[in-house]
Design a protein around this ligand. Structure first.
Ligand SMILES: [Zn+2]
Ligand SMILES: [Zn+2]
Length: 340
């Protein structure tokens, strides 16, 4: 626990020093509570000169506003918000941000039922993934949110509004209308949750984020065959750099090797052996959820799992608080180091 606490303190200190991670000269990643949002556009891009990809958890808006002001200019609004998908951890601050900036929001048509108040997502499967994040998944919001007034379908020619040289690729499986964004010129990929670069089901991995290509978050993935096909399609793009919805950006041969490994061994190692969606996917259409397979265990056992997950979370929260208490010392040391 001591080593874990020190490591968390170091990560938090680093995050507070750097508001974003530079992925490319015109693409930065903002990490907030285990979820990434991407800001696309060159520094000082000015008003309507940049694009936000995904909108983080509820409560992320101040951090996103601050980063946008710092990177693009005092009153710089984006020209668009692009959604990879509509899960609660990617749209939590969307209503607030879209209204403040008066900006259109783009998503795939098959994602729209969950963004226009028509349908909640299929229930998550807390029994897959084997970590606290999975066990707690029944407590996460399934939506829907309603952003109908600002929502538009992504253009059918696969261009991405405000992002010249990028194309959107339909990568279903994690959700029905999930998309990834790709720039052919330098083979940069914004993967969303089609695959991620940390073991998102584990609370410890999600906090510490050791870099490793990993399947989409299992508790929320409703169609494993489609998820596999999407990963094969992204692997064939041979990406040089990837920014996923969870985890640190990765690049180069390590990324490609791990992605190929994931695609090759997906059926054997990544599709859960047991779970609600492991044999049959949820069925959905343009109006939302049509049918979901029955749960694999009774509600009592699931609730017991949730309780265990809650205990694990409480332990983590205490550890993070202990880590935060040690931050003034770290901050003081850093200030001394940069003082003339
Ligand atoms: Zn997701
Ligand atoms: Zn996610």
């Amino acid at each position: 626990m001591v080593a874990f606490t020190e490591e968390v303190a170091r990560k938090i200190a680093l995050q507070e020093r750097d508001p974003w991670i530079e992925v490319e000269h015109d693409l930065v990643c903002l990490q907030h509570t285990m979820v990434n949002v991407a800001l696309f556009g060159p520094p000082n891009a000015g008003d309507r000169g940049w694009v936000l990809i995904d909108a983080g958890l509820r409560g992320s808006a101040p951090r996103i506003f601050h980063a946008a002001r710092r990177r693009f200019g005092e009153h710089a609004r984006p020209s668009a918000i692009i959604l990879t998908h509509g899960h609660f951890d990617h749209v939590g601050s969307l209503l607030h941000l879209a209204e403040f900036w008066d900006v259109p929001v783009y998503a795939h048509p098959l994602e729209m039922p969950y963004l226009t108040g028509r349908s909640a997502y299929p229930p998550p499967d807390p029994l897959v993934g084997g970590g606290a994040m999975s066990l707690l998944s029944p407590l996460y919001s399934r939506g829907p949110i309603d952003i109908s007034a600002r929502l538009q379908p992504l253009p059918s020619n696969h261009c991405v509004p405000g992002m010249l040289g990028w194309q959107w690729i339909h990568t279903p499986g994690h959700t029905p209308g999930h998309v990834s964004l790709f720039r052919n010129r330098d083979r940069t990929l914004i993967a969303g949750d089609a695959f991620v670069t940390t073991k998102q089901e584990s609370m410890i991995a999600a906090l510490l984020q050791p870099e490793h290509v990993h399947r989409p978050p299992a508790y929320y993935t409703i169609d494993w065959q489609s998820a596999h096909r999407s990963i094969i399609e992204l692997t064939m793009l041979d990406p040089e750099t990837v920014l996923a919805g969870h985890g640190k950006p990765m690049r180069g041969q390590v990324l490609r090797d791990q992605l190929q490994q994931l695609a090759r061994g997906f059926s054997r190692h990544s599709v859960p052996k047991f779970g609600r969606y492991s044999k049959s996917p949820a069925r959905t259409d343009e109006n939302g959820v049509v049918w979901v397979p029955p749960p694999q265990l009774d509600a009592g056992k699931v609730l017991a799992g949730v309780a265990l997950g809650a205990i694990a979370i409480a332990g983590m929260v205490l550890a993070v608080r202990a880590a935060r208490r040690s931050l003034p010392t770290l901050q003081h040391t850093r200030n001394l180091a940069v003082s003339p």
